[in-house]
Design a protein around this ligand. Structure first.
Ligand code: KG4
Ligand code: ZN
Length: 339
């Protein structure tokens, strides 16, 4: 059977709509919200308003790009959570009314599971290697840092998590300290390419089990820079590249240590990464190297599916659609993690 799914993502500051044809993407439209740039972070109320302005044009563009009419859709999948409630409400309300108007099923999707399931989006040729079950996924974004054991499309267990800040937050906060624009992750990645990763050393936390902590790193980065600025007011400007490279290496080292421990503990050797921070070049490099060294089968998402997008919501919706796992119209969004 041929199935068309509309995916809607509105959990943070990207309004996105995607059209999926079985497990292939026909359109993945993303409207970024530039309104937050001058505040150095996402302002929730402004995000909700921008989603309201963007959602109809974004869905319309997705349908046109895919070359299908809305009547051809089989289901509407949307992000139910976690995320900003006001933002989620826009996508949820739109998805409900669109599905109701078209008399097609509504499918609710967990944003963090969707980041992982993006690995199952097939390319045009149909030759993309996808993970087998079980596999491990290090899910690293602006709000979450988790090691997840995936037993099936919908059967996932979080076996490690951050006890404070997320990895993406560590990048963003360090960038803010250096006066770089938001989001800071891509900026640090870019600057790090010209820097020396061994120039500065930052402490790594000692956290038991498979859990993470990044707030200590942020604080030591802040204090280190504050002290250096007292000696040289141009310290940041003169050392931006090496500060970025050293910080990036520290964050990725912390992530890789726990991921390696998770692989050893579970005996699972299929290892994936997902979420915005999986776009990071040092992260991709270290995972590839560790894969070669440890004999892991490594899965790195296509760049366009790393940061928030509706294609991942549509593929997660597709697997639920096949199981007839539909939502009812009284479904409400949730701000915090569900699994
Ligand atoms: O998955 P995502 O788009 O949104 C959330 O669900 O949070 O992740 C956004 C996070 C931000 O913290 C951003 O700085 C980070 O991903 N990010 C990166 C890179 N690209 C995005 N961090 C490091 N290096 C990158 N290249
Ligand atoms: Zn995300």
């Amino acid at each position: 059977m041929n199935i068309y799914i509309l995916g809607i993502e509105s959990s943070c500051d990207d309004t996105s709509a995607a059209i999926l044809f079985n497990n292939k993407i026909l359109a993945n439209v993303i409207a970024n919200q530039s309104v937050h740039e001058k505040y150095g972070g996402v302002v929730p109320e402004l995000a909700s308003r921008a989603h309201q302005q963007n959602i109809i044009p974004v869905v319309d563009t997705a349908l046109k790009t895919a070359g299908i009419s809305k009547e051809q859709l089989h289901a509407v999948a949307f992000t139910r959570g976690p995320g900003l409630l006001g933002s989620l409400l826009v996508g949820t309300s739109f998805a409900k009314s669109f599905a109701l108007g078209l008399s097609i099923p509504l499918v609710e999707v967990d944003h963090m599971k969707a980041h992982i399931l993006a690995h199952f989006i097939q390319n045009d040729k149909g030759d993309r290697k996808v993970p087998d079950f079980p596999f491990l996924c290090l899910t690293i974004s602006g709000g979450h840092t988790q090691i997840v054991l995936i037993k099936d499309y919908m059967n996932m267990e979080v076996i490690g998590r951050t006890i404070d800040d997320a990895a993406g937050e560590a990048f963003d906060k360090a960038a803010k300290i250096m006066g770089l624009p938001y989001p800071g992750g891509p900026e640090i990645d870019r600057l790090a390419k010209q820097g020396d990763e061994n120039q500065f050393a930052f402490p790594k936390p000692r956290i038991p089990d498979l859990d993470f902590s990044f707030s200590g790193l942020k604080t030591s980065f802040l204090y280190f820079i504050r002290d250096e600025l007292k000696k040289n007011e141009n310290f940041i400007e003169e050392n931006k590249a090496s500060l970025s490279a050293s910080l990036q290496k520290t964050i990725v080292d912390i992530l890789m240590e726990k991921l390696t421990e998770a692989a050893n503990q579970t005996g699972v050797n299929q290892i994936a990464i997902a979420g915005g921070v999986s776009a990071n070049s040092e992260m991709r490099k270290q995972l590839t190297d560790a894969g070669a060294q440890n004999g892991w089968n490594v899965f790195i998402p296509e760049f366009q599916f790393t940061t928030d997008n509706a294609a991942m919501i549509a593929i997660a919706g597709y697997f639920k659609y096949l199981k007839k796992d539909f939502a009812t119209l009284d479904v409400t969004p949730y701000a915090r993690g569900s699994f």
